[in-house]
Design a protein around this ligand. Structure first.
Ligand code: SAM
Length: 319
């Protein structure tokens, strides 16, 4: 193998790290059937679906069935998942507001040989969700921590974005306050080495327009971006293109709903200097079917200038 991984080491079926490699021969796989093997003591960080319930792994289901307790960000949310899969393991809450007191209690149980799973409402615990603190405390207490991989919104968005995926930075949620949000973007813009990688953010539907308007101001109207909305769900959608076009598309909608991942292309582009206002108006008329007047209004808004100023510049650039 070019990556130096022995193919027989690649797939195993147990939490025990010294467990034999998987062998698909029927006699052997029955003997090694992990469902017949008790789960090792430790802390299990279990990824759950981000929408589509089929995106849970067989291993995650087995771990959730076998642990003593499941610590959940929201027990009611996790109850729906557990009931769908017929899992009856007891749950307790573990969220931002009781993280440290609950962690102490859970670490004691783990030190006594317990098996505890941590799940968030969706995706990977610890990724813009509770999980990292208890993992660090468990490690400090000498408890084994097992990642149980699965769905994650940032990576799912990245791989289907069409943007370079070799190097990327994940920034979690953009700050809700405008000043802080702009500072994050300006810092990203000012760091050329970082901005040559794809940047990934989580954003809420009610702030996405403001965030895109800031991108247009800070990175330029022609910054290539991708919006990944409602991943793995019925209304999954990708909007890929220049920031000002995506902004106009979303602005034209009566409402914006669902969960969103926002990605910024980090590839240096000649377009960064930006085409003329007239080019932008024409692009919006073609891509969004806007009238000349509405396209001009939208461009003026995304450039942060008045309508009459935009009109004058439009006339000039048309000459
Ligand atoms: N732990 C999760 C993960 O591994 O992706 C992230 C949890 S964070 C509290 C929730 C945010 O993740 C949402 O506001 C949204 O930005 C993003 N997200 C979660 N599910 C998503 C989905 N199905 N489609 C798009 N974005 C999603």
């Amino acid at each position: 193998m070019s990556d130096g991984v022995n193919p027989t080491d690649r797939f195993t079926l147990s939490e025990d790290r010294d467990y034999d490699a998987w062998d698909p021969s029927p006699a052997d796989s029955a003997a090694k059937d992990p469902s017949t093997k008790p789960l090792a003591p430790g802390l299990y960080l279990v990824a759950t679906p981000i929408g589509n319930l089929e995106d849970i792994t067989l291993r995650a289901l087995r771990v959730l069935r076998s642990v003593d307790r499941i610590a959940c960000e929201d027990t009611r949310q996790t109850a729906k998942l557990l009931s769908h899969f017929g899992i009856t393991t007891p749950t307790i809450s573990y969220h931002a507001h009781n993280e440290s007191s609950r962690a102490t209690e859970l670490i004691e149980a783990l030190k006594a040989g317990g098996r505890i799973a941590i799940v968030s409402d969706a995706g990977m615990p610890g990724i813009s969700d509770p999980g990292a603190t208890i993992a660090a405390e468990a490690i400090a207490a000498g408890v084994t921590v097992y990642p149980i991989p699965g769905a994650n919104a940032a990576l799912s968005a990245l791989i289907a974005s069409g943007l370079p995926a070799e190097s990327f930075t994940f920034h979690g949620f953009l700050p809700s306050k405008e000043g802080q949000r702009r500072s994050v973007m300006e810092a990203l813009r000012a760091r050329p080495t970082e901005h040559t990688t794809t940047a990934i953010f989580y954003e809420t539907p009610h702030r996405i327009i403001d965030a895109l308007a800031d991108i247009v101001t800070i990175f330029g109207a022609h910054q290539r971006i991708v919006i990944a909305r409602e991943l793995t769900k019925l209304h999954e959608e990708f909007l890929r293109g220049e920031a000002f076009v995506v902004l106009a598309t979303l602005r034209a909608r009566p409402s914006i709903r669902g969960e969103i991942v926002l990605l910024l292309d980090g590839t240096p582009s000649d377009a960064a200097a930006g085409p003329s206002l007239a080019d932008e108006v024409e692009t919006l008329m073609k891509s969004e079917g806007l009238s000349e007047k509405d396209a001009l209004k939208s461009v003026a808004k995304s450039r942060g200038i008045g309508k009459s100023e935009a009109y004058r510049e439009w006339q000039r650039s048309k000459r």
